[in-house]
Ligand binder design. Structure first.
Ligand SMILES: Nc1ncnc2c1ncn2[C@@H]1O[C@H](COP(=O)(O)OP(=O)(O)OP(=O)(O)O)[C@@H](O)[C@H]1O
Length: 245
């Protein structure tokens, strides 16, 4: 897909979604229309950020309500449009399936019908353009956690999905890696939704959504929502300090 053909409208639509895991309620009627080009997702541990992503990329279906991407039911996307949504997991080991870097990068291309040999060649060329030619045949098991996260990001960049979901993408990256990812995100033509606990990473987002126990607590301009979240955290810490002495 050429970058200028990305359609940043009606991309991710969540309507009255109910999601339970066993007896744990995660969402009880979540509704969100996410069309902006750069969106941040924040909230405490367990608020539902990863669960939202899992529904959006079709790994989990809500028990009721709907989750669609460009009008297609997210849970069936992988069969219909395998490259519509690209997700970078919090833990790269949940994502990486192949033993070498070039094979992992080629995966997203073969999923769209590109023959394996061509996909590997494209992966090698892409790595070379990033100054990482030496990584092509490297075993994933020989890479550090941050380097594996970098491989996951490169795989997404190469396969160019229309909607990119990044779950704590900066977590294991060193400072140069974080700066590079920032730059890549800024330049990418796709819609990108980033979940993070480091609010500074959301500067420049068009919109930030604060999830709290599976509900939208605040939703709007990045500065405003991040400030509301910071103030809430500060209040909670003050209260805890006051009660614990
Ligand atoms: N594999 C699982 N089995 C059962 N419950 C789960 C599982 N994974 C998450 N949950 C529950 O689902 C809810 C939402 O979790 P989720 O991982 O979406 O939160 P999160 O906002 O991404 O948290 P974090 O910031 O820690 O990554 C939490 O109540 C959590 O306990």
């Amino acid at each position: 897909m050429r970058p200028d053909s990305y359609k940043v409208s009606d991309l991710l639509s969540i309507s009255n979604a109910v999601l339970k895991r066993g007896t744990t309620p995660v969402f009880d009627g979540l509704t969100l229309q996410l069309n902006e080009r750069r969106i941040g997702l924040i909230g405490d541990n367990g608020a539902g950020k990863s669960s939202l992503f899992r529904m959006a990329c079709g790994l989990e279906a809500p028990q009721s309500g709907s989750v669609t991407v460009q009008g297609l039911v997210a849970f069936r996307i992988n069969a219909q449009r395998p490259n519509l949504v690209g997700m970078m997991f919090q833990n790269p080991d949940d994502q990486i399936v192949f033993p070498t870097v070039q094979e992992e990068l080629a995966l997203g291309l073969t999923a769209t019908g590109i023959p394996r040999r061509d996909a590997i060649a494209q992966a090698r060329t892409f790595l070379a353009t990033r100054g990482l030619a030496a990584w092509a045949e490297r075993a994933i098991s020989s890479l550090s956690q941050g380097q594996r996260q970098h491989v996951c990001w490169l795989a997404i960049l190469l396969s160019q999905p229309a909607l990119i979901l990044l779950d704590e993408p900066f977590a294991s990256l060193d400072l140069p890696g974080q700066a590079l990812l920032h730059e890549d995100i800024a330049q990418a033509p796709q819609q990108i939704i980033v979940s993070t606990h480091v609010l500074e990473h959301l500067r420049g987002c068009d919109r930030v959504v604060w999830l709290d126990h599976g509900r939208v607590r605040a939703d709007g301009a990045a500065d405003t929502v991040c400030e509301q979240y910071r103030a809430d955290v500060a209040t909670r810490i003050r209260k805890r300090t006051a009660t614990t002495g």
